[in-house]
Design a protein. Structure first.
Length: 127
C-alpha cells in the first residue's frame, strides 16, 4: 500500500479511501478510471491537501477496496457507492474530478448530488 487508507463500508463492500486535508475545508473528490486506483492521484493529493479536504477512494473492485463477485461494477453501481461514501464522510459541497471511467462516475455524481457544485473530467491518451 502506498499510503494509509481509511475503510468505509458501503452496501456492496468496503472502500479504501485516501483522505487528506481539513474536513472543514472545501472538498475535492478524485475518482480513478478502470485498471487504476487512488494511486493515480499520488502526486496531486499532497498539492491539494493544504487547502482542501481531499477524498480519493479506490472504487469497488480496484486497489485496496473490496472485490465482491456479486456487485454492480457498472456506472450506476459506482455512482451509488461514491454517494454513500460522501454521505458517510459528511461531505456536502465538493468538486469532483474523474479520470477516464472515473470521469463518467464523477459526472453522474455531480448531476445527482444535491449540494455538490463542480465537475472536472480528465481523459488522457497514450502517444
Amino acid at each position: 500500500m502506498w499510503t494509509e487508507k481509511r475503510r468505509v463500508a458501503t452496501r456492496d463492500g468496503e472502500l479504501a479511501v485516501v483522505e487528506r486535508g481539513d474536513p472543514g475545508s472545501p472538498a475535492v473528490v478524485l475518482l480513478h478510471g478502470v485498471g487504476t486506483s487512488s494511486f493515480l492521484w499520488r502526486h496531486l493529493i499532497p498539492l491539494l491537501a493544504p487547502w482542501t479536504h481531499v477524498v480519493a477512494p479506490d472504487l469497488l473492485g480496484a486497489g485496496d477496496s473490496a472485490k465482491p463477485t456479486e456487485a454492480d461494477y457498472g456506472l450506476d453501481g459506482h455512482v451509488a457507492r461514491v454517494r454513500e461514501l460522501l454521505d458517510a464522510l459528511e461531505v456536502g459541497s465538493s468538486a469532483v474530478l474523474g479520470h477516464a471511467h472515473g470521469g463518467g462516475v464523477a459526472q453522474r455524481v455531480a448531476e445527482l448530488a444535491r449540494a455538490r457544485e463542480a465537475l472536472a473530467r480528465v481523459q488522457t491518451q497514450r502517444a
